[in-house]
Design a protein. Structure first.
Length: 418
């Protein structure tokens, strides 16, 4: 290790030496193989590719296929096709491959990165399995140290654009010392600041002062001097203006305060209704609590971006079931919390159908209803939990339909008469 080697500090304060690897498509595999914590009976990237694909095609095929359906989301690429691609030299792999590696060798993989706020985060492959496939978590060896990699933009560690990250580097754990002041984190923090913040003076005007004062009376300034003064004032304003974080914190606090006041007012109004004899039946305490709970639990997930294809498939299943959604998009959107237009896109866009088709076909009503909040789920207690839905129509649509039922019209030229 030299003074020029970048030092990365993760979200928990641990220090690592960033060891870059070649960027010819094998970076994810090399980042694992170059890490001293990665112990596996393989030799080189090609050997690691063959070992993982053999594992995915073996006895654990169903579990690996489930992981691929949750994380892969490669439009038009089937599970078997993806495995063939993984075997190709130089084919880029990432999260799915890391999870399969954890399942195969029992080694947890931590993929670190800088988010859009320039703060370090990491994804854990074993944490993913604990949330979505706990049966496979038994294969993870707690005695083995995790393998750490850094996900970043190729040849540009200081640019934090998560959507543009395309390269992995190996992270070697090292002890922290007081000499490690110039870390990668601090370099990114400095690089993320607007360029005008590093400007100290413009046209001879000191920008660190409270105000930019003209060197002469305004009436004595010529055209060039006025332009120089205005330019200095502009830089001074940019250097000292609020970056928005303080305003964002204030608005967040005000929003939370408003929500609390709204809940308190609603509770007060519900209590007052019981004291008025209008001849109309009022809700009991249990009914009021149930109604309020339903109103707060409309969504199956926090936001659209957090839905994986298994969760979307459950919503599609509820939409297709004749005794639940009955293909009524408005009703299905109301009790699941998904946007109606979004739901229709999943159901009718050909590129979307292939993502949920197999999941919905193998699902039953009991599995899909488990995703709903308890008060809404009780509305469908009459539904047989073992019942399933037919997706034959969508499979034909995905395969291009039947060519025998299509009327072919050949235009041979000439005029068309009424």
């Amino acid at each position: 290790m030299t003074a020029a080697d970048p030092i990365f500090v993760d979200a928990t304060g641990n220090h690592y030496l960033v060891r870059d690897v070649a960027g010819a498509g094998d970076c994810a595999l090399l980042a694992l193989l170059h890490n001293p914590n990665f112990q596996a009976p393989v030799s080189g990237p090609d050997g690691l590719r063959r070992a993982i694909v053999a594992y995915a095609r073996g006895d654990n095929r169903d579990a690996c296929c489930t992981v691929y359906s949750l994380v892969g989301e490669r439009t038009g690429v089937t599970f078997e096709t993806y495995l063939n691609q993984v075997l190709q030299q130089g084919f880029w792999v990432g999260t799915v491959f890391f999870i399969w590696t954890t399942m195969c060798f029992g080694i947890d993989v931590h993929s670190h990165f800088f988010n859009s706020d320039y703060l370090p985060e990491f994804n854990s492959s074993s944490a993913f399995l604990a949330n979505y496939l706990p049966t496979a978590l038994a294969e993870v060896d707690d005695q083995k140290q995790p393998v750490h990699v850094l996900f970043h933009l190729y040849r540009n560690l200081l640019r934090c654009k998560p959507a543009m990250y395309n390269h992995f580097a190996s992270l070697i754990p090292i002890p922290a010392t007081s000499k490690m002041e110039q870390t990668l984190n601090k370099q990114i923090e400095l690089a993320s600041k607007p360029w005008w913040n590093s400007v100290r003076d413009v046209n001879g005007y000191d920008l660190s002062s409270k105000n930019v004062k003209p060197k002469k009376e305004k009436g004595q300034l010529n055209k060039t001097e006025r332009k120089q003064l205005n330019e200095a004032k502009t830089f001074h304003y940019l250097k000292n203006c609020d970056d928005g974080k303080r305003v964002n914190a204030e608005m967040t606090a005000r929003l939370q305060d408003a929500e609390q006041k709204e809940e308190a007012l609603a509770l007060k109004l519900n209590c007052n209704v019981k004291d008025i004899d209008t001849g109309v039946r009022t809700l009991s305490d249990a009914e009021v609590h149930a109604e309020r709970k339903v109103s707060k639990s409309r969504r199956l997930t926090d936001s659209y971006d957090n839905r994986n294809w298994l969760q979307r498939a459950k919503i599609v299943f509820l939409f297709l079931h004749p005794k639940i959604g009955a293909k009524n998009s408005a009703d299905t959107a109301a009790f699941t919390g998904v946007n109606e237009n979004t739901l229709l896109g999943w159901v009718y866009q050909k590129k979307m159908i292939g993502m949920w088709l197999d999941l919905v076909e193998s699902m039953d009503a009991g599995t899909a209803l488990e995703a709903l909040p308890a008060p809404i789920k009780d509305m469908f207690s009459h539904v047989d939990p073992d019942s399933m839905v037919s997706v034959e129509k969508y499979r034909k649509q995905l395969n291009g339909g039947s060519s025998t039922n299509q009327l072919k019209i050949l235009f041979k030229g000439g005029k068309v008469r009424a």
